[in-house]
Design a protein around this ligand. Structure first.
Ligand code: ATP
Ligand code: MG
Length: 398
């Protein structure tokens, strides 16, 4: 297994804290990833220093989440999040602690963390601190709540999404009680903002196991956005794996599956409720509409589709069609795009201005452009200015 060590700028922050007599540890996702032999996405430090002590110790800091004890220390262009040891008080909204208290000891800080694998700390020059058996769980590939799962989900409903997301991302099993408690507490997910649910869903869609969403649905975590939970969805949802790991085709694939199972009224309604952006809503809506019809059979019908929906949506629909119903739409579409043949008035060898010069105006001009486009879709080699001008002026005389 590759030995991963923290970069110099991270060590510098740890050692500076330590040199002033504070405790300082790497903690959370970065320690988990180091044990797994994966390069961490970011490096988090926890410390006994209070936020203002951290601020006074380093020349460049950003008060990222000062109320929760987090200060970002800037080392050159790098930022390292440094958070004071804390415990979180109870939560009324099942998401945010009512109050956080700074504490002096590491174990209390680790106890507030979500899963055993995320509750391990590594000092700059010592042994791992692992009071909840996180290393063993990582070795066994298990996601387990720190403490009593139901209570932990009551404090923060987001943890239920995180459990399933980490399971999909790391290929880990969710420990029995940690999973069962999700079924029992899924209704608390109504307290999460739609944007949070969207972000978690998208992260899951982008893992190598997007079929985890069938379990998210089965547990009831998405009830608020669905008409019903469907049945035996996992085999169908595995088809999502075949889609490129990009947000657009994966959201489109998810919408198509939910539509197929009668679980949403439309992709547009579902994605709007989840606060997706306008472009994604439009593209997924168009993709789902296209999936209600047979895929194009001829080059010309592909070109017509490209003209109607644009390249991105057509490609997305082709990918979803191949993944969900088999076939070679993607290949067919690529061949059309590669041919460079015209499918839009923008690529016609004549412009609207040319037609104005021929005396065409308004509706007649629009109809002529459509006519010429249809013509060059049939005869791509005839997309030549002289020839099209001749065709257009000829028609005007009639
Ligand atoms: P990633 O690689 O996705 O960043 P991560 O484990 O680092 O994974 P973060 O969201 O960056 O996840 O959180 C950093 C650490 O903070 C976690 O490892 C965990 O210890 C703690 N944490 C984050 N969110 C929660 C939560 N909702 N409840 C309890 N602890 C949490
Ligand atoms: Mg992280």
């Amino acid at each position: 297994m590759a030995v991963i060590t923290p970069p110099k700028y991270v060590k510098q922050v740890l050692i500076t804290l330590q040199s002033r007599g504070y405790l300082a540890y790497l903690v959370g996702g970065c320690v988990r990833d180091m044990i797994l032999g994966v390069h961490p996405q970011d490096w988090d430090i926890c410390t006994s220093a209070l936020p203002e002590q951290v601020q006074s110790l380093f020349a460049h800091t950003v008060a990222t989440g000062i109320r929760h004890g987090t200060v970002t220390v800037m080392v050159g262009s790098h930022g390292v999040e440094v958070t004071t040891f804390r415990t979180d008080g109870g939560s009324l909204d099942h998401r945010h602690p009512e109050a956080v208290s700074f504490v002096g000891d590491l174990t209390s800080d680790l106890a507030r963390r979500d899963f055993t694998m995320n509750a391990i700390a590594l000092p700059p020059d010592g042994l791992l601190a692992d009071p909840f058996g996180g290393v063993e769980d990582i070795q066994k590939g298990i996601i387990r709540c720190v403490g009593e799962p139901e209570r932990r989900y009551e404090e923060d409903a987001l943890r239920m999404f995180r459990a399933l997301r980490f399971s999909a991302r790391l290929g880990f099993a969710v420990e029995e009680e940690t999973l069962h408690a999700i079924y029992r507490k899924a209704h608390l997910a109504v307290n999460l903002s739609a944007e949070r649910v969207r972000d978690e869903t998208e992260k899951m869609l982008l893992t190598k196991s997007p079929e985890i969403l069938s379990l998210v649905i089965e547990t009831g975590l998405l009830d608020r956005f669905l008409l019903h939970r469907g049945e035996n969805l996992t085999p169908q949802f595995r088809a999502l794996q075949a889609l490129p790991r990009k947000a657009m085709p994966r959201w489109a694939g998810l919408c198509a599956l939910l539509e197929q199972n009668g679980m949403i009224t439309s992709a547009g309604d579902f994605l709007s409720a989840l606060r997706l952006d306008g472009r994604t809503i439009r593209c997924c809506g168009d993709c789902c509409a296209l999936l209600h019809t047979e895929p194009p059979q001829t080059k010309k019908s592909w070109k017509k589709l490209l003209n109607r929906c644009g390249v991105d949506t057509a490609m997305c629909a082709a990918q979803v069609s191949d993944a969900l119903r088999g076939g070679k739409c993607r290949e067919a579409l690529r061949a059309v795009l590669k041919s460079g043949e015209c499918f839009s008035v923008r690529h016609l060898a004549v412009t609207g201005d040319d037609l104005v010069e021929l005396g065409l105006r308004g509706r007649a001009l629009g109809e002529m452009l459509d006519f010429l486009l249809d013509y060059v879709m049939d005869y791509p080699e005839n997309n030549r200015r002289e020839l099209l001008l001749q065709l257009a002026s000829g028609t005007e005389e009639n």
